[in-house]
Design a protein around this ligand. Structure first.
Ligand code: NAP
Length: 525
């Protein structure tokens, strides 16, 4: 084996695991990039270092100081983001894709820094609201107080957002005073590792605040308990496996999951061809299919359109999709890169085949793609695939996630059937409704809300400033019920609170005032 082992950042040292490990290949050329293994690393030392070094160092800082650290984290990564762009290209990402991951992650960190600075109180403790009187004579009251637990935040990330995924979890944990251990997905661990190395070289983080384990976590869950927090992003299968570990079921480690999602986008009956909403719908659908080559947890998987518009939408989307140029990131004219690897391409092909068996392909061929600047077979390339399923009751579109440039077009008759189809996704991260009809939008938003973590309404009025269907915002909730994992990430300071322990303190008003004299409830805005 000549390819180098990707080093982990554990207990203050960069260390390589032993053994052959897993070979990670360039998504575009198929060349070996790194080997990933954690064999031989002392993972018990990782947990100890986080708890005994990182935790105390972070808890020694007040909220304002932690927010300042985050600002430096974002600034340092911003300074050297070209390195992250370059590495991301090896994972198949175009510059547009990397902007979502790299700039998105940096922007999220800046936002959290600002939220922390403006929205958290002075000191180390959050006192929630004024005391709640509990006795008739006013001598007994209760108050909630939020403090930093003495554990660690383990984050396990999916391959598609190695930078954003890490930073959106790191930021709230750091503000909460909890040290982080990052376990990146193996296919893009080298991108996450570079971001961590940049932060190490910049020296902006307190010692032990951040560690990185590349490769398997081994028995790490055996070391976790009630002071710890696990933030997982990935498949529903892995989420279910980890959620059932005794660390969670018996010892009550907090567990947050973001998993698969068959997100929908709805075209309103008013949005006929020629209206701005019809064009917005088609544009957004194609964008969601092609950014990150569709490897986005929030991508539109089910495009629900009025039955009478099915053909018009298929034609308009096909026309747009035919302008997509697939190829090596950075090559002349390329607008869509590669999937992360050949295995992923094979999985997506298989899933697209199942979807197509329920209807027909209206755009693209799973086994043929024209590629610019690379070898179509050596790289993990796939054409964007649009499937039309005229029988919207078929189970496949509501059950099968093709985690690539694949969407299904489905017709609906009326609003009740539409809401039924939406619910058949069994819980999604995001849905969108593209319509200028406020009544229709209201019915869809209120009918779909129980099944979604986020809903986007798009029309001619808000399109100019809309952040889009697929982009979670740090100020707003990211997560979803049911199939989507049942978790909540981001959502502004709510994500910080999720890392803190809430304790109800009952005492007389004089004691309460003395206990929290240094903390000002009014300061928490
Ligand atoms: P995955 O196979 O579940 O892997 C996710 C992460 O879990 C990786 O870091 C993986 O590490 C790790 N992992 C796997 N088995 C583990 C175990 N037994 N113990 C501890 N960690 C373990 O998912 P993926 O294929 O990377 O990601 C694609 C899926 O993620 C898609 O289904 C997509 O919908 C979902 N996703 C969801 C979101 C969201 O925000 N909801 C975002 C992105 C992706 P290794 O890579 O080393 O195996």
């Amino acid at each position: 084996m000549t390819t180098e082992v990707l080093e982990s950042w554990v207990a203050g040292r960069w260390q390589g695991g032993s053994g052959d490990g897993t070979v990670v290949r360039d998504a575009v050329t198929g060349d070996e990039v790194v080997r990933v293994t954690s064999d031989g690393l002392d993972l018990a030392e990782v947990a100890r270092y986080a708890r005994e070094v990182g935790g105390p160092a972070l808890r020694a800082l007040d909220f304002g100081q932690r927010a300042a650290v985050l600002k430096q984290v974002a600034a340092m990564l911003d300074e050297r983001k070209e390195e992250l762009y370059e590495l991301s290209a090896r994972a198949g990402s175009t510059r547009r894709d990397s902007a979502v991951d790299v700039d998105g992650g940096i922007g999220t960190t800046f936002v959290y820094s600002s939220l922390g600075r403006k929205g958290l109180p002075a000191g180390h403790v959050i006192v929630e609201g004024p005391p709640e009187p509990l006795g008739k004579n006013g001598t007994f009251a209760g108050q909630h107080v939020l403090t930093s637990p003495h554990g660690l935040a383990l984050q396990i990330n999916a391959f598609n957002f190695p930078v954003w995924g890490m930073l959106e979890k790191l930021a709230p944990a750091l503000l909460a005073g909890v040290p982080t251990v990052v376990k990146p997905a193996t296919p893009t661990a080298y991108v996450a590792a570079r971001a961590v190395r940049i932060l190490d070289e910049a020296g902006v983080l307190p010692e032990g605040a951040l560690q990185l384990v590349c490769g398997s976590l081994g028995d790490f869950f055996d070391l976790l308990g009630g002071q710890d927090h696990v933030g997982f992003t990935g498949s529903a299968h892995t989420a279910a496996l980890l959620r059932s570990h005794a660390a969670v079921t018996s010892r009550s480690a907090r567990f947050n999951a973001e998993a698969d999602s068959l997100n929908c986008s709805v075209l309103g009956p008013d949005a006929t061809p020629g209206t701005p909403e019809f064009d917005l719908f088609v544009k957004e659908l194609v964008r969601e299919m092609t950014v990150k080559a569709g490897q986005k947890c929030t991508a539109i998987r089910r495009a629900l359109v009025p039955a009478e518009q099915l053909t018009a939408v298929a034609e308009a989307a096909s026309e747009r999709l035919s302008k997509v140029v697939v190829g090596a990131p950075g090559a002349e004219g390329v607008t869509m890169g590669a999937l992360v690897g050949l295995e992923q391409r094979d999985d997506v092909r298989a899933a697209a085949g199942v979807l197509a068996s329920a209807g027909r392909l209206v755009h693209g061929d799973p086994h043929r793609v024209d590629v610019v600047g690379a070898d179509a077979e050596a790289g993990a390339f796939l054409a964007p695939l649009l499937v039309e399923v005229t029988d919207a009751d078929r189970p496949e579109p509501h059950e099968v996630e093709a985690f690539g440039p694949v969407s299904t077009l489905l017709p609906y008759r009326d609003t009740p059937q539409l809401l039924d189809l939406i619910a058949r996704g069994e819980g999604s991260l995001v849905g969108s409704v593209v319509s200028h009809d406020a009544g229709f939008v209201r019915d869809v938003v209120l009918g779909a809300a129980p099944f979604h973590g986020r809903l986007l309404v798009l029309d001619r009025d808000d399109a100019g400033e809309s952040t889009g269907h697929g982009i979670p915002m740090p100020q707003l909730m990211h997560g979803g019920p049911g199939r989507a994992g049942g978790g909540e990430e981001e959502g502004g300071l709510r994500a910080v609170h999720a890392h803190l322990q809430r304790t109800a303190v009952q005492a007389g008003p004089r004691q309460l005032a003395a206990l929290f004299a240094a903390e000002d409830p009014q300061a928490e805005k």
